[in-house]
Write a protein that binds this ligand. Structure first.
Ligand SMILES: Nc1nc(=O)c(N)c(NC[C@H](O)[C@H](O)[C@H](O)COP(=O)(O)O)[nH]1
Ligand SMILES: [Zn+2]
Length: 158
């Protein structure tokens, strides 16, 4: 069956709405999907796990500790949907999610709702890093306005 990318991105957006609102980051949602089995293997949203955590970081960390099949092993085509592109530099200095994605291994495609706004760390050049490592980067269009509204809910409204 054809994969409904918009439906998966909309689900990731529903997760982003659960994130606590902060002026120093974005509220993001991420899901790990086996695209062949059409199955959601893990989910995550910003600050879901303790500490200053990102949606993708939580989604992948939960995958490692759950009884779900080993990341990238049992899945037939492992892909990650994230409402905002994975960070490539964090003002906190924490490990960027592009590195976490590459370290996890087995992820074939990253589906992205929006590019990261240049608010905290300038232009996000993570796309090139992912593509050079053989991970496809695909923009799923249609939810940009809603994704950005949720992402910046904790920011000062000008
Ligand atoms: N893709 C993505 N998922 C997230 O869950 C999240 N919060 C961001 N946000 C990117 C932004 O660049 C960083 O939030 C700031 O650079 C501050 O860095 P910290 O979050 O404090 O490590 N980006
Ligand atoms: Zn990140």
């Amino acid at each position: 069956a054809p994969v409904d990318h918009l439906a998966y991105m909309r689900y990731a957006l529903s997760l982003a709405k659960k994130a606590p609102r902060k002026p120093t980051n974005f509220c993001v949602g991420a899901i790990l999907v086996d695209e062949v089995a059409n199955a959601i293997l893990s989910t995550g949203y910003t600050m879901e796990l303790p500490g200053n955590t990102h949606a993708e970081q939580c989604c992948l960390a939960k995958m490692e500790t759950s009884e779900l099949p080993e990341t990238g092993v049992a899945a037939q085509k492992l892909v990650l949907y994230t409402t905002m592109e994975p960070c490539n530099k964090r003002a906190s200095g924490n490990v960027p999610c592009t590195d976490t994605i590459l370290k996890t291994g087995g992820i074939k495609v990253v589906y992205v709702g929006v590019k990261e706004p240049e608010k905290f760390v300038g232009g996000n050049v993570g796309r090139a890093k992912l593509e050079e490592a053989g991970v496809e980067y695909v923009h799923v269009s249609g939810l940009e306005a809603e994704i950005l509204e949720v992402a910046t809910a904790g920011h000062e409204k000008r």
